[in-house]
Every structure is written in C-alpha cells, then in structure tokens.
Ligand binder design. Sequence first.
Ligand SMILES: Cc1cc2nc3c(=O)[nH]c(=O)nc-3n(C[C@H](O)[C@H](O)[C@H](O)COP(=O)(O)O)c2cc1C
Length: 430
Amino acid sequence: MFHLAWFLSWQVQSWNGTWSGEGGDEWNHPDLYVDMTKSLERAGFDYIMFEDGAFVPDSYGGNHDWWLARARSVPKQDPMQLLPILSQHTERLGLVGTMSTSFYPPYMAARTMATIDHLTHGRAGVNLVTSHNTRTAQNFGHEDIFEHDLRYDMADEWIELVKQLWGSWDADALVQDRARNVYVDGAKVRPIDFHGKWHSSRGPLNTLAPPQGNPVICQAGGSGPGRALAAKHCDTLLAQVESVEAMKEYRADVRARMVEAGRDPDSCKVLFIVSPVLGETQEDAEAKNERMLAGFKADISVNLANMSYASGVDFAQYDLDEPFPDLSGTNATRSSMVMMAENAKGMTLRQAAESNVRRSVDLVGTPDAVAAQMGEIVEEVGGDGFLISGNVNRRYIAEITDGLAPELRKRGLIRDGYTHEQFRDNLLEF
Ligand SMILES: Cc1cc2nc3c(=O)[nH]c(=O)nc-3n(C[C@H](O)[C@H](O)[C@H](O)COP(=O)(O)O)c2cc1C
C-alpha cells in the first residue's frame, strides 16, 4: 500500500478554462476546498498540502505585470487560516500549511501550529520552507535572502526550538482536579530557556501540548542540506524528480540519512509529485496529454516564468535562441536549478523552455492503466507514495478521487478508510 497527498496553493486555481466554473470568484473562499477535502477523504488521501510564499513575484519581465495578469502565484492567501475551516468538514484527512523558518518567529510558529493541532483534533501539519526569494526577505525587513546552506542551518535550530516549545507542557499537565481546584499542574510545565546562534526563546508555550505532541512536519528541500534537515526532523518529504530511477535514489538517500541521524527510516514518508492525465481510453488520455503539451509549447512564457521563479533569474532578458544561460551563481532553489541546468544542456533557452513542461514521471492513460503504473513504480522504488499536483477544478479533482482512487483501491494499493484519528498515526500506519 502507498500514501496519497495533494499539493496546491491557496491562490487563483483554474479561472479561464473550459472546466473552471466560477473559479475566478471562489478561489479565495472556503467552498472549493471544502468540496475538495471531502472528496480527498472519500478517496483515502493522507493529506492535503498548501504551499505558500509571502511576496508578489516580479522575477520575470522585470516587474509584477506578467504574474498579476496570469494570476500566477498572486493573489495568494495564508493557508494556515483555512485549515481549521476544512477540519470542520472532514474527519481524518491531514491538513498541512506552509511556514518559512527564515521569517516566522519560532514562538509564533509553535503557538500557531499547537492551536491548529487542537482545533483539528490532531490533524495539523506544517510544510517548513527556508524561502528562496529576495522579495520575501525584503517584505520582512531584510535586504536579501540568507545564503542557501545557512538557511538550512538556521532552519535546523528553528525546528529544534519549536519542538522544545511543543514539549514544554507534558501531555498530562492538564489535571482538572476539582477537589483541589487545580486545572494545570505547574510542575509539568517548564521554561525552555533556549539560547541558540540564531534564535532564542524562554518559553514555555502558553497552551496545552499539541494533541500529536509535535504536529506533522513536512519538507521539500532537495539539496544535500535540505535532505539532511528532512532526515533529522520530518515525518513526510515531498520530492520532485523526473524518473523512477531518480525516485529510487532519492528515497534510498533520505532513508540512509535517517539511519545516520538515529531514526527509523519508516518514520518519514517520501512522496513524489505526479500529475496524472486521465481519459476514457488510452487514446483519449494521450490526445489530452498532447493538447496540454501543445498548449505549454504555444506559450513558453509560463515555463520561462516558472524557471525565473525557481532561480530568481529573469529569463525575459535573454535571447531565446542563444544557449541556455549559466545559473551557477544564484542563491535560490538548488535541486530544481541543478535539474533545470541538466535538462537544458546543449539547448537554446527556447528549447529548454519548451521541454521544461512536466518535471515528474508521466502518468497518462485510463484510471485502470495509471493505477497499474503507479503500483509498479512504488514496487520499484520501494514504497511511500505520490503527491498529486494538477489544475485544481472540480472536474480534475473528480478524475483523481472518483476515477483513479477507486482503481487504486481495487488493487489494494491505497487505504480503504482510516484506522486512526490523528494524522501522524495514519501516515505511519504502513
Ligand atoms: C513539492 C514541493 C513543495 C514546495 N513548497 C514550497 C513552498 O510552499 N514555499 C516555498 O517557498 N518553497 C517551496 N518549495 C521549494 C522548497 O522548499 C525548496 O526551496 C526547493 O525544493 C529547493 O530545495 P533545495 O534548495 O534544498 O534544493 C517546494 C518544493 C517542492 C518540490
């Protein structure tokens, strides 16, 4: 059996397509996501994960116009506020939002996540990112983003502190002894007096220990320091790679790092991004896939902008028919840049942009065929599962939750219901 999760942003989803519905008006309200999380839970997903970033991009074209016109990464809302609402309409699905370890004060982060874990009865998770964008840094009063490896160093200390705050109340601190008129036992609540290189906090936290102890921690950094951080702290890791071989290497590497860090490698689930393209027949799915690829190729500004987003390099400044530029000097995302540069070897910028369309293994076919393929991949890789990412509209959600998921379940590849009440218990069940 393997795990499924869904990756999206709380931003404008589909608004200008055949199946967008009222997407342009409803993206910033809960209903679409309430419908979606109910469907995901019916389908047996482990969690929904909302990525985030606190800036208006302007890395492509020298200003923010392209991004605003296309509604790409802006407008965007803080997913943490949405999670408790979604918990009111679901019972078991894990609910993950994103926080930046570079800019979120650790005490506030610990408090917010503890609060959400209480509100959701132990279904909260946090995707920890170090942030790779200069504009984010500037929004928080810095001139530039911290250096890549330093960001991970700071993140390690940040997580250590946050975990200590979560642990600053014993799980049995709440006694509610009416006879003695004692609500909380003071002996079971302690300051942490944390004085690190980057962060300090006295503590203790000012609420009860989160129901899960530590809310689920998720991470997606693919570089050496990113993987090391995940191996030390994470319950689930999100990875973007282009082949089954690379999936195998990635998972084996993270598991080896976990053993080195003294952890059981089965206690972190590595999920790989995929965007299945489903059809009534194989021909139908392939035709749909061809249409999608042709759409990307007809407007390479989307891929150029995506590349600018990940690298911080403005690809609008280059001649499209010159060789792909050297990216080695940037301080943004590392693993995606390595993948981008590998992919672009010997190509012009135009060729690279045209080929940089789907950076994951292809899953194209009927639900039955794709389910079989997913089973084979997990068998080959050794386990864990997939993170679905795709155009969020009700049609695509139904294709996955009511087309693909039943086929996966029929094969015994995904869960048929939830054994436990809390997120981590379900995640680590198999
Ligand atoms: C599935 C996935 C989700 C991510 N979510 C976010 C996010 O919400 N916010 C963010 O700033 N970066 C996000 N990133 C970027 C990562 O945090 C990280 O910067 C990137 O994978 C490069 O890591 P590296 O520099 O360690 O190679 C995501 C990456 C992946 C693959």
